[in-house]
Design a binder for this molecule. Structure first.
Ligand code: BDR
Ligand code: CA
Length: 321
């Protein structure tokens, strides 16, 4: 695939901590011409930010998308110490699969400033959050005018009925930076959440892995290594026939909202508890009378999701063999 400098699609920014499912979400984006990716900002999360940045650059190069600006962002959460997830994503964040050293470099300028400048220049832009929400929170604090320009925020974050993944009632992205999530969720933005309640039904089973194994070329090889590693960890942990595929749900929602359902509810983030700081308390049955502040997705057409994923990543993989 040759580099693309512009496209007429929906303008989006992706803030991410690659991460195996982040990597698949980026491939899905690259394979989807309806999305006009204006840049990638990286954050500390699954692994430290120097590695999430390196990984983002490697994924762009793998997919031939050297035109996409990658900006390095915050190295730690607002208040808490950084917690990482190497046991889930590998020591390098990408299943310890060796990829060529990136020849691309992060663009000059901090991710927060790039985010602010891009949002101010692009009214209505969609911001996709695939990791802890630190960068967007800092951007909102530094330049509150961006809130009026953000068309929507779609985030993989939170959990309610599904329990937690990194702690009993905590989803990882919320656990890492609950204070940033609080800033984002109280900024009056149009927010859609893809929590564990949704993503724990989107399983990469053996049947789906067999489809991954048929993807051609270097993208096919990388995707198979990434998803095999990711699935092995989560299958063992949850006793399920496949690992959940979290972050690509954010991108699939933009492409095919008809594949998902959910409900607009009031979501609060518990910042006071010693036990579960970052728990997303979702008023699913409207018991508090609070106004909804987020669309919370909790159901997917899983077959439809994987058909979309393989159609898009398959086309990308075939184009750059
Ligand atoms: C989220 O945590 C990370 O490990 C994944 O990349 C995903 O964004 C799932 O809880
Ligand atoms: Ca992630």
């Amino acid at each position: 695939m040759t580099s693309q400098s512009s496209s007429p699609g929906r303008p989006i920014l992706i803030d991410t901590d690659p991460g195996l499912d982040d990597a698949i979400a980026l491939l899905l984006t690259f394979g989807s011409p309806e999305l006009d990716l204006r840049g990638i900002t990286t954050v500390a999360g699954n692994v430290p930010v120097d590695l999430t940045t390196r990984n983002a650059l490697q994924i762009c190069e793998l997919a031939g998308r050297t035109d996409i600006p990658v900006h390095a962002g915050c190295a730690r959460p607002l208040l808490r110490q950084l917690e990482t997830a190497e046991s889930v994503h590998g020591d390098n964040g990408l299943a310890d699969v060796p990829l060529p050293d990136p020849t691309l470099k992060p663009r000059p300028g901090h991710a927060v400033d790039f985010l602010i400048d891009t949002v101010l220049a692009t009214p209505g832009i969609t911001v996709c959050l695939l990791g802890p929400m630190t960068n967007l929170a800092v951007a909102l604090i530094k330049e509150p005018r961006i809130a009026a320009n953000i068309g929507s925020v779609v985030a993989m974050a939170g959990s309610f009925f599904a329990g937690g993944n990194s702690a009993p009632a905590l989803e990882f992205n919320m656990q890492v930076d609950p204070h940033a999530a609080h800033v984002v969720m109280t900024a009056g933005l149009d927010v859609t959440l893809a929590p564990l309640d949704l993503t724990h039904s989107v399983l990469t089973t053996d049947a789906q892995l067999a489809r991954v194994a048929k993807l051609p070329g270097r993208i096919g090889r990388a995707a198979l290594a990434w998803l095999s590693f990711y699935g092995a960890h989560d299958r063992k942990k949850y006793g399920t026939p496949g690992g959940p595929l979290h972050d690509p749900c954010v991108i699939a929602w933009l492409l095919r909202p008809d594949l998902f359902s959910g409900k607009r509810v009031a979501v609060d983030i518990d910042l006071k508890s010693d036990l579960v700081p970052g728990m997303t308390v979702m008023d699913w049955w409207g018991t508090t009378g609070k106004s909804p502040n987020a669309m919370v997705l909790n159901r997917a057409d899983v077959d439809g999701f994987y058909d979309l994923l393989f159609e898009r990543i398959g086309a990308l993989a075939a184009a750059i063999q």
